[in-house]
Design a protein around this ligand. Structure first.
Ligand SMILES: NC(=O)c1ccc[n+]([C@@H]2O[C@H](COP(=O)([O-])OP(=O)(O)OC[C@H]3O[C@@H](n4cnc5c(N)ncnc54)[C@H](O)[C@@H]3O)[C@@H](O)[C@H]2O)c1
Length: 254
């Protein structure tokens, strides 16, 4: 990954930061995009002793102007985009279909689906000019299953799987590879929010119940997702295209 330029959305979050750390350790230049400005600044401080290798850009992935801005600023700063980790996402509240308001549903779809689409639209334009690039979208175990109380998230991650396959077919002849990771139960702020939502004030209670549904009996670490993202970004994955890679402690096997 030496001198590769890696762009990561949701870069101030748990999985985004773990990926940034891994790529930086291998000598890449990394640009973190996130809506949360203070988390971005903290992430930059904690990530590396070489701040010149890290860019941070505050942007909302649902706004096309912001997406154009993060693509342009990355190219201005580092000259190109070799790897795009299209990863920003939210979970949304736990509520059954009959109780979920339209605005909340649309907000989840906007970040998890429109954000992924817009990122691809503008990053792929740049990668087409370059004649190379690697994209990894963040899908989820939720791309395969239903889950009561999670309609927005489930619908959005099914959509990310479809977008990944479509983008892979459109870029196959162009030297660009597009794949997705499909994590489940990774120990980040998102998972902590889900636990607090399920058993308010007693997150460990729902945490234990959730672990019982994971064949390996534990949550995953963000770095365990980052390792697969790194693999999909590398030449070792040269014939992997349009794939969803599960990182879920065996949940899909169950
Ligand atoms: N943690 C898990 O168990 C798990 C499982 C499956 C999939 N995922 C997916 O992994 C990805 C990363 O999640 P995470 O677990 O690191 O959670 P996280 O909450 O730590 O990180 C998500 C990041 O996305 C950012 N974000 C949210 N809305 C944004 C917007 N409109 N524009 C720009 N940035 C925005 C947040 O500020 C946050 O920093 C998400 O797509 C999530 O759906 C997570």
């Amino acid at each position: 990954m030496r001198d590769k330029v890696v762009l990561i959305t949701g870069g101030a979050g748990g999985i985004g930061q773990a990926a940034a750390k891994l790529f930086l350790n291998e000598g890449a230049k990394v640009v973190l995009v996130d809506i949360n400005e203070s988390s971005l600044a903290k992430a930059k401080e904690s990530l590396t002793d070489n701040p010149e290798n890290v860019g941070i850009i505050q942007a909302d992935v649902t706004k096309e102007e912001d997406v154009k801005k993060y693509v342009q600023e990355t190219v201005d700063q580092f000259g190109r985009i070799d790897v795009f980790f299209n990863n920003a996402g939210i979970n949304g509240p736990v509520a059954e279909i009959t109780d979920l308001d339209k605005d909340t549903f649309e907000q989840i779809m906007s970040i998890n689906v429109t954000g992924v689409f817009l990122g691809l639209k503008h990053v792929l334009q740049q990668m087409k000019k370059q004649g190379h690039g690697r994209v990894i979208n963040t899908a989820s175990n939720a791309a395969y299953i239903g889950s009561a109380g999670m309609v927005g998230y489930i619908a959005s991650k099914h959509a990310v799987a479809g977008i990944t396959k479509t983008a892979a077919l459109e870029t196959a002849p162009l030297g660009i590879r597009v794949n997705a990771v499909a994590p489940a139960a990774i120990d980040t702020q998102m998972l902590q929010d889900i636990q607090n939502n399920l058993t308010p004030g007693e997150p460990e209670k729902s945490g234990e119940a959730l672990k019982q549904g994971i064949p390996v009996g534990r949550f995953g670490a963000p770095d365990e997702v980052a390792q697969i993202v790194r693999f999909l970004a590398s030449d070792e994955a040269s014939f992997v295209h349009g794939a969803l890679y599960n990182v879920d402690g065996g949940m899909q096997a169950d």
